[in-house]
Design a protein around this ligand. Structure first.
Ligand code: UD1
Length: 430
């Protein structure tokens, strides 16, 4: 498996362009088969998770053509099966969006239980509860989620926990049910809004996405559309943290600054200078940053997907910070790796107590999951000496051209094949 070799200690300076949001692209791709007419999707990120989902959709008969690297046309008219094979699904958690899409369109779906990042127990009870409330007749049989319904109908659904995936899945299926559905305590993430906007552009009638209450009036059919996916706030946030950790100066282009407010507020609080423009944001870290406390929360709170990256920034800040994870229980798997680079962190329950150190030192570390892997890259960029980051397949699930974008900002990063070269690599520590 390929690795990144990074020699750090260089402030990242320059401009970078953000790709389309992976977590919006996946449900939108899944939903694009809900019409027999052609759908054109623009600003699709070229990342592994998207490629896997495209293959899964092709495997049931969807006709998907790349118009250019970031634009596809999708036609769901030729779909001959509602049964997704496990080989696609084990790789990506977002495969569960095929459940809402197929059930909404065909009233029939068989989707193996999802894989994806191991960041916690990740149950799907809320998906099942919501889909059953609208008549989906969904159950788990032999590791597969099966839904078969004569008729989907509207329902009043109260979500016990705020769930992005369950909100989107229910929204997709309910938009093709008979009657009205209300989802209370809905997730408000920008990708929930993006999926609602996309479904509305296909003819759905969804109101209130981005608030706690989403109201859906079911429609009989959808039609073709052309849609551009929003920029990836987590990719943008990762570059913001890279600027902060390396004491750099990065202009991050093609973003929606509003989506980044929780990250911007925290970075300002610890001493970064941040300028917001219409569709870009500049992060400057001119001096050593200071401590703070952070707790992850559903949007508009601080995103759990940014917790490892900000954890790295705070590792290098002056004083003691506490980072509390309130969404997923296994999100501190980067801490042991970071400790090998010289960090001083103690995990107690769902909090990490971080004593800021003056510098990190290059080491050989391994990516535990997608965001933790990206955080270790940020750590390596800030560290003195050379680091080797193993298992970068996790990072490539969600970051397009990561090493090229970092290289353009002055990073000393290269990608090597573990089989071919790792034996000869020496980790430089001074
Ligand atoms: C999505 C994102 C992920 C992000 C997360 C939270 C995708 C592909 N993934 O994951 O990157 O970290 O939102 O912003 O978009 N829960 C239940 N029952 C359920 C569903 C969820 O108890 O049926 C719990 C989860 O264990 C977790 C919380 O709800 O504690 C939030 O999870 P959820 O928002 O559903 O995360 P995902 O949609 O899986």
């Amino acid at each position: 498996m390929d690795q990144y070799v990074i020699t750090g200690g260089v402030p990242l300076v320059g401009e970078t362009e953000i790709s389309g949001m992976k977590n919006a692209a996946l449900p939108i791709l899944a939903a694009s088969i809900m019409t027999d007419e052609t759908v054109t999707l623009e600003n699709l990120p070229d990342v592994d998770d998207v490629r896997v989902l495209i293959e899964a959709l092709r495997s049931i008969g969807a006709d998907i053509k790349y118009i250019d690297r970031h634009t596809v046309s999708v036609c769901g008219a030729g779909i001959g099966s509602c049964e997704i094979q496990y080989e696609y699904i084990k790789k990506i958690r977002a495969s569960y969006y095929l459940l809402g899409a197929l059930l909404g369109k065909y009233k029939n779906a068989a989707v193996p239980l999802p894989g994806g990042c191991n960041i916690g127990s990740r149950p799907i009870d809320l998906h099942l509860k919501g889909l059953n409330a609208i008549g989906g007749n969904v159950k788990i049989l032999y590791g597969t989620i099966i839904g078969k319904s004569e008729r989907l109908h509207g329902a009043h659904i109260f979500m016990d926990t705020v769930s992005v995936g369950a909100t989107i899945n229910i929204m997709m299926a309910a938009s093709r049910a008979e009657g009205r559905t209300i989802i209370e305590n809905a997730a408000k993430e920008p990708h929930v809004v993006d999926v609602a906007n996309f479904l509305n552009s296909m003819g759905a009638n969804i109101k209130g996405a981005g608030t706690d209450v989403i109201r859906i009036k079911g429609v009989k059919d959808f039609h073709g559309t052309s849609y551009m996916i929003v920029p990836d706030m987590i990719e943008a946030g990762t570059f913001m943290c890279a600027a902060a950790a390396t004491r750099g100066d990065i202009m991050i282009k093609g973003v929606i600054p509003k989506h980044l407010e929780a990250i911007t507020a925290k970075l300002r609080e610890i001493g970064c200078e941040i300028e917001e423009f219409d569709d870009s944001i500049r992060v400057v870290a001119a001096r050593r940053l200071s401590r703070t406390h952070i707790k992850t929360n559903p949007y508009p709170g601080f995103p759990t997907d940014m917790q490892p990256q900000i954890g790295v920034v705070l590792t290098l800040a002056q004083g003691t910070s506490v980072v509390t994870e309130s969404i997923f229980e296994n999100r501190f798997k980067y801490v042991d790796e970071l400790t090998r680079m010289g960090a001083s962190i103690k995990v107690e329950g769902n909090s990490a107590i971080i004593d800021g150190v003056d510098c990190l030192m290059g080491a050989r570390v391994s990516s535990p999951d997608l965001r933790a892997g990206a955080a270790l890259v940020v750590a390596a960029l800030a560290a003195e000496g050379t680091s080797v980051i193993e298992d970068i397949k996790f990072i490539e699930r969600g970051y397009e051209d990561f090493e090229q974008k970092l290289e353009a900002l002055g990073a000393d990063i290269s990608r090597v094949s573990a089989e071919g070269k790792s034996g000869r690599l020496k980790v430089r520590t001074s």
